[in-house]
Ligand binder design. Structure first.
Ligand code: URA
Length: 245
């Protein structure tokens, strides 16, 4: 992955990302003398500065980052791509504080699946997290139409046939007390994977939500449709995800 400290970026662009400002607000802040770079006031928004610089806005140090990393609590009814004109997409929920045309979701959740969705403009990291080679864990909470059994648990651990060339990779099913709901941790992301895994056991998913991705948990304070930037620790966890897989 590219080292952030080697990279130069326009001050207004940095400010917009780090302080969640529009480009216009970022330009204004610099022109008004509210911004310092390594202790020196910089009033030209177009000036290119190294990403390793200490940038302060109104005396408050900002975390300068090359990329945007967001977590969203995806609501039901939204799709993860913008090539389906008939359905609203998750990008329409993101406000103008983020320049949206470089953003994409890290993998996709089905239209009726809810929960943790990572959104970024960091292609190499997304590629890493989605590569089947890296076995990144994704944890879901599901409700099934029929009771879940120990035999399902064993079948998922061994791998089931969902009509692909190979059976699914070993997955952990943790059945809850009611017998119908469970947590399921998978390390792949095939189309409709969990729905197809339950179908392979003659069962059916009636509710599905993602609770965790690569060691990052959905923030319980996010309402459906809500999003926030990942914090430093969450970014660190994702970037060192091999430890968790
Ligand atoms: N598996 C599914 O079937 N759907 C999702 O949205 C995610 C995993």
């Amino acid at each position: 992955m590219k080292k952030e400290k080697e990279t130069l970026e326009r001050l207004d662009k940095i400010l917009a990302k780090a302080a969640a400002l529009s480009r216009k607000e970022a330009k204004r802040a610099a022109l008004d003398g509210r911004v310092t770079v390594d202790g020196v006031v910089v009033t030209s928004p177009e000036q290119k500065i190294p990403l390793a610089s200490e940038v302060c806005l109104d005396g408050r140090a900002l975390t300068v980052r090359e990329h945007i990393y967001l977590m969203m609590n995806k609501p039901a009814g939204y799709v993860c791509s913008n090539d389906d004109p008939k359905s609203p997409n998750v990008f329409s929920l993101i406000g103008s504080e983020y320049k949206k045309n470089g953003l994409f979701t890290v993998g996709r959740l089905d239209k009726n699946t809810t929960g943790l969705l990572l959104i970024t403009d960091d292609g190499p990291l997304a590629h890493f997290l989605l590569s089947p080679k890296h076995h990144v864990k994704k944890r879901y909470f599901l409700k099934a139409k029929y009771p879940l059994t120990e035999a399902d648990k064993e079948a998922f651990l061994a791998g089931v046939d969902i009509g692909e060339k190979k059976p699914t990779k070993s997955a952990l099913l943790e059945i809850c007390g009611d017998g119908y709901s469970a947590y399921l941790t998978i390390t792949e992301g095939k189309f409709h994977q969990i729905k197809r895994m339950l179908e392979a056991r003659y069962n059916k998913v009636v509710f599905l939500t993602r609770t965790e991705f690569g060691g990052v948990k959905l923030d319980p304070s996010l309402a459906p449709g809500g999003y926030r930037p990942l914090n430093e620790n969450e970014i660190k966890v994702l970037k060192s995800v091999e430890k968790y897989s």
